[in-house]
Design a protein around this ligand. Structure first.
Ligand SMILES: [Zn+2]
Ligand SMILES: [Zn+2]
Length: 199
């Protein structure tokens, strides 16, 4: 069993500021992991699909998901579907099982009405400059609310995982000399070159 509270401080450190959305990612991912019965992954045994887009509120959610699940941009076992939603599908690749979990709309709508959003974020105040007394109650609320109040979690369902081939095929570009993965190169004038060097 994972506990979101064990990851709050490291999550805030990684994320860079206090806000309600990162903890929301911790809680939703915690629920998905415990429903699947999986621990945080140090390799790529889990894969996370988040439905977030770009340039919208509460994308901080994804950092909570990354921190607690171990599904990270660096390992490549997290992806966005750009739907502008907060659903998380967490896949246990070893067993081809998955869970979809998401914050409840009513809980997020309530947060939207708070001073944190109305007086600060929507007025363009950066999250690092919101007073602690304004944001801390929102963090506490997300971290302490009973799961059924703030999120929906699906039953476990089958998700057939097809592992993409992992390339170790790297070498120096024959034009600029920088390291590049062969699958990302093009042949130009009989030289294998990176996309930056291709004309
Ligand atoms: Zn944030
Ligand atoms: Zn090059």
């Amino acid at each position: 069993m994972v506990n979101a509270k064990d990851w709050l401080l490291i999550g805030q450190k990684f994320h860079g500021h206090k806000c309600p959305a990162m903890p929301n990612g911790l809680r939703v991912a915690e629920a998905a992991m415990n429903k699947l019965g999986v621990e945080r992954t140090g390799d790529s045994s889990l894969h996370a699909i988040v439905e977030l887009g770009d340039n919208h509120c509460a994308t901080c959610f994804a950092d909570g998901v990354q921190v607690i699940t171990g599904c990270t941009f660096g390992k490549g076992n997290i992806e966005k579907t750009h739907k502008g939603k907060w659903g998380l599908t967490l896949i246990d690749k070893k067993t081809n099982r998955a869970v979809r979990a998401l914050p409840k709309a009513e809980a997020m709508m309530q947060t939207k009405k708070t001073s944190f959003f109305k007086d600060y974020r929507e007025k363009g105040v950066p999250p690092t400059q919101v007073p602690d007394e304004v944001v801390q109650p929102l963090v506490d609320k997300v971290m302490n609310a009973p799961a059924e109040m703030i999120m929906e979690v699906s039953d476990v369902f089958e998700f057939k995982w097809n592992e993409p081939k992992h390339s170790y095929n790297s070498g120096a570009c024959e034009m600029c000399g920088e390291m590049v993965i062969a699958e990302y190169t093009v042949i130009q004038n009989e030289k294998r070159v990176c996309k930056d060097s291709a004309v």
